[in-house]
Structures are given as structure tokens and as C-alpha cells.
Design a protein around this ligand. Sequence first.
Ligand code: FEO
Length: 398
Amino acid sequence: MKKHIKNNVYWVGKNHWDLREFHGSEYTTTKGSSYNSYLILEEKIGLIDTVYEPFSTEFIKNLATEIDLKTIDFIVVNHAEPDHSGALEALLDLIPGTPVYCTENGIKSLTGLYHKKDWNLVPVKTGDRISVGNGKELVFIQAAMIHWPDSMFCFLTQDNVLFSNDAFGQHYCSELLFNDLVDQGELWTETIKYYANIITPFSHLVNRKIEEIKSLGLEVECICTSHGIVWRKDPAQVIEKYLEYANGYQENQITVIYDTMYEGTAMMANQFVKGITMEDPLVNVKLFSASHTNISDLVTEIFKSKAILLGSPTVHNGVLYTIAGLLEFVNGLKFKNKKAATFGTYGWRDLSSKVIQKSLQEAGFEIVMEPISANWRPDEQLQERCVEYGKTFARSVK
Ligand code: FEO
């Protein structure tokens, strides 16, 4: 069933309530997600994006109850990732030759993914426009690397609706559809998690893109994302929030993350929390075991933090794989404006805290203290040193 968005714009996507992981197992989606597709029913009929391939049959069946598929004049692929282009193949089998507007890079991605030579792929670039009738136009805006080379937005004039694809989205499912109707805590929790995990590496481009949209003089009154809700009430709020996220975002939070084998590293982590809290009772200090917390949630907590303490036992001349995996992920995200220190336990070679420190330095973290490590399990004296270490760390990142 289509849902009305504004004037002649409708949502025709798929709510995936029981989705629990995305991008393989990398990203937990505890609130599900949606694949948002939009129908423009003006003099011309246009479809913006489709849905994930497993839902293509359902999608096309539903779409066919709303319109005669043969009346679709054009399709826009804002982004070729299969969660949005998955129903394209089945749809174009039914309406071959329909023009598909996408970027030049979109043509490469679609060709690489679907290997079709007979699709009518029409390249567009920023500023290109097509008429949809009734005096309205669809304006294309390339958004390369937010978050794939092919990514694009499009804007429906007069209605002032921006179809932003992945940007401003959330992995969040709600039949309520609109930002003003859903639980605000859930909405913003999923918005920041989405930014932290998917958009962070491209933060430097976010500033530029938002400036570009402003310079085009497009007055955005509604943002139709490709995942989660539609921002119909005060959409500027999420644009402003993205500018905050993109510019060295941090909250007054310190996050301590560890993994442990025989509780020694965990004991140290708990003493740091004690020291930090004693030194700064107002800082939001959080403690996570890396083996009991999904990596996408750890990344979100790091994104919110002004500083982190990260530790592992020394294992095989390195660190536990949970911490190694987190370091690999963090290195790719290129966080800005983060401070750190590292810790660890060891039996015969004191390596882990130094390995972590080196990796965090390479990832752009500012190391504010020398690492601290415990030989075997921390005794009372070492635990007391950890409390003091936590206090000093809290002072140094205030
Ligand atoms: Fe939601 Fe980049 O696909």
C-alpha cells in the first residue's frame, strides 16, 4: 500500500521489521530497517529507487496494484547498492527500455552488479533537470562518496522534496514513517549510529555538499531518505546535525573498551572508570567489553566520545581479535577530534598496549598518556595506579 508523502509524492518501499544485521554482520539493526522507494505521480510518472532484491517480487506486485507499470515514464537510481537497486532487474524485465537516470558512476556500478547491456541507463550530473510535468522538475545533485562514488540526490521543485538516498537515513523501521511521529530517542539514536558507521569517513564531503545544496538555492521542505523515516517536520534539523557530526563531533563522554582473557584487563578497565568518575563526576564514562558488544555499537560510542581508553591482553605478539577488528574498523572511519590512551596485561612480552597505541595514532587519535600495563593480573598496587591513571586521563581530556 502506498503512503502519501506530499502532494503527488508517495512512499512505495518495504519495511523490513525483522532485519537484525546489515552489510553482512557488521552493523546491528535492532530496530529493523526499511528500503524506501518513492513514486512521483505528476503528468509524468517516476520511481525513485527500488528495494532490496529478496523483496523485489513483493515490491513489484504492490506497485502494480497502485499503477499500471507500463505508465512509468522513468526510474531514478540515486545509488546502485543492492539494497536500493535490487528490484530493478525484475522491474525492467516488465518495462524494458524505461529510462533509468543515474550518474556515470551509477552506470558502472549497475553494469558491474547486473551485467545488463540493454538497459536504458541515462547519465546525469549536478544541475541536470528533467520535467515531470505540471511545471515541476527533478533536479539532480551528484553526491559522490556520500557514500559510494555513484551516490546522488534529486530534488523535486515546487514541492521542495529532496530525495537524499542514504544520507540523513537510519536503520530504523516504523509504520509511522515521519520524523515528527516516531519516538525521538529511537530516531536520534539510530541517526547517529548510521552516521558514525557509514558516513564518518566522508565527513569532509558533507560540509561541501550541504553548502552546494544551499548555493543551488533549493529550499528543502521535506527529505525523503532511503532508510528509516521521512524528515517532513523541520528537515533543517538533520542537516544542522550532520554539520555537527561532520565537524569533529564529540559529547562529554569517555569510553573505556577492553577485551580480557582471565579478567586482568577487565580489572584495569574498571579501575579507570572509578578514577575518571572520581576526577570528573559529570563526564559520561561508559565501559564496554569488546567481545560482548557489537562493533557497530562500539563505533557509535567512540564517535560520541571526546576520548577513549582501549585495552587488551597481549596474545601472540598482538592483541585479541575483537580489539584488532575494532582497530581495523576505526582506522577506516578516520575519526576527528579524539584523544586516547591504551592499556593491557601480559605474561612475558609487554606488547598489547603499545600495539593499540600505534594503531590509534595511525588512525588519527591524539595519544595523551603513556600506555599502562600489568604483568599477569594486576595486584592491589597496580589497581590503585589504574585509579590514578583514570584521574589523570580525565584531567588531560577535560
Ligand atoms: Fe542503503 Fe549505500 O545503500
